[in-house]
Design a protein. Structure first.
Length: 400
């Protein structure tokens, strides 16, 4: 009965790793998926995560019962505090509901399902371009996906005018997906002044902000700085949704740990929103897993572990920033034609190089460098040792 099925293509991001794994070359380099690597090119488990896991193992009172549908309640409270700030008016007034979800994707999907069911506007605007999974998540959740201008290929920066025009003409009440920081794939973020203009425009039109926060602490190295745009929207008293992921900032990729928060107008509404979120979650996966959320809770509740985490996080962010400088310098030294200053201007895990699919394919074939076909490279996958190889490949492809 399944004989009619055609072979589905690999995922545009995760499929890059599949291709990389098949390549026997000793010089191969995976700059596809956004996953942090050390200077030795190895995945990193944070020290603070190891310590938290040890604590969990030592605690013989821990059991493996089902979590509630909303997940680990302490984790939810700590996550809301982390993203909105301890002094957030929404937390103080108890008008926020937070549910543990399966990392960023799961949080976005639960939020999308909830909006499709209970929000009067069914259209969500996403940035052009955006993370490849965004349109799929929201379409399958039952929303209509439209795009707004964001990136200007000419400047490799923000098309702020285009963004304001498109949000300005979006129907009142539309949902707008915003990358809280370290925009994926472009690495281009609005300035704080531009965020303020976006906020004013969105609030004046009743547009519903849905933040995707996958990189808190990873962009600037500061948890508070990276959460600032969200906090500006919450401080004005209006509603919003926030999807949080701990994949990158705690290196908990495979633990699938994240949270969805919905900021409401009153505690009463937040309570009813939570009751409806439970009806969304229960038939999807019943309740979320316990281990990853427990690790996060141990770290966030303990002052010393929290401080240690911020240092390890800053070290990861700094290493990425240093990779940007090294790659930029390496291209300058080679006299590679073109303006490559966007490499140091862009922020977060990715550089949107401007290389086209044919150039990417050349670099993969001739240099065994793997990246997504849109020219995005994961700076977190690069090291001082591999920068020259990447710079050689870019130089070769643009002078070809
Ligand atoms: C990425 O964009 O590479 C990451 O967010 C990982 C993923 O799931 O695509």
């Amino acid at each position: 009965v399944f004989a009619h099925l055609v072979q589905a293509p690999e995922d545009p991001i995760l499929g890059v790793t599949v291709a990389y794994n098949k390549d026997p070359s000793p010089v191969k380099l995976n700059l596809g998926v956004g996953a942090y690597r050390t200077e030795e090119g190895k995945p990193l488990v944070l020290n603070v995560v190891r310590k938290a896991e040890q604590q969990l193992i030592n605690d013989r009172t821990r059991i493996k019962e089902y979590l509630p549908i909303v997940g680990l309640v302490e984790f939810n409270k700590l996550s809301a505090k982390l993203i909105l700030g301890a002094d957030s008016p929404a937390i103080r007034e108890n008008r926020i509901t937070t549910v543990e979800c399966l990392s960023g994707t799961g949080s976005l999907r639960v939020g999308g399902e909830f909006l499709a069911k209970h929000y009067h506007q069914k259209t969500i605007y996403i940035t052009q371009p955006t993370w490849g999974n965004h349109p799929k998540i929201f379409t399958l959740a039952g929303l209509t996906v439209k795009t707004y201008r964001y990136y200007d290929p000419a400047t490799r920066g923000l098309n702020f005018q285009g963004l304001l025009e498109d949000l300005g003409t979006a129907p009142a009440g539309s949902i707008v997906l915003l990358h809280a920081c370290a925009h994926n794939p472009t690495g281009v973020d609005p300035t704080i002044q531009q965020w303020e203009q976006i906020r004013q425009l969105m609030r004046s039109k009743g547009l519903m902000p849905f933040f995707d926060s996958a990189y808190q602490g990873f962009a600037s190295g500061s948890l508070d700085t990276d959460a600032k745009p969200i906090r500006m929207f919450v401080a004005d008293g209006g509603e919003c949704l926030v999807a949080q992921s701990y994949a990158k900032n705690m290196g908990l990729y495979g633990e699938r740990v994240g949270a969805l928060s919905i900021v409401c107008k009153s505690a009463d509404v937040a309570g009813r929103v939570e009751s409806q979120l439970k009806l969304v979650i229960r038939p999807m996966y019943s309740s979320p897993p316990i281990h990853g959320a427990s690790i996060v809770a141990v770290i966030l509740r303990d002052k010393n572990l929290f401080n240690e985490w911020t240092l390890e996080l800053k070290a990861m962010a700094d290493r990425i920033i240093s990779m940007r400088k090294q790659l930029f310098e390496a291209l300058r030294t080679r006299g590679t034609p073109g303006d490559w200053s966007h490499i140091i201007k862009q922020i977060g895990m990715f550089t949107f190089t401007g290389l086209n699919p044919a150039q990417v394919s050349f670099m993969t074939k001739e240099y065994h460098i793997y990246m997504t076909s849109d020219g995005r490279i994961s700076m977190a996958g690069l090291s001082s040792k591999t920068v020259p190889h990447l710079a050689d490949a870019i130089h070769a492809v643009v002078t070809k």
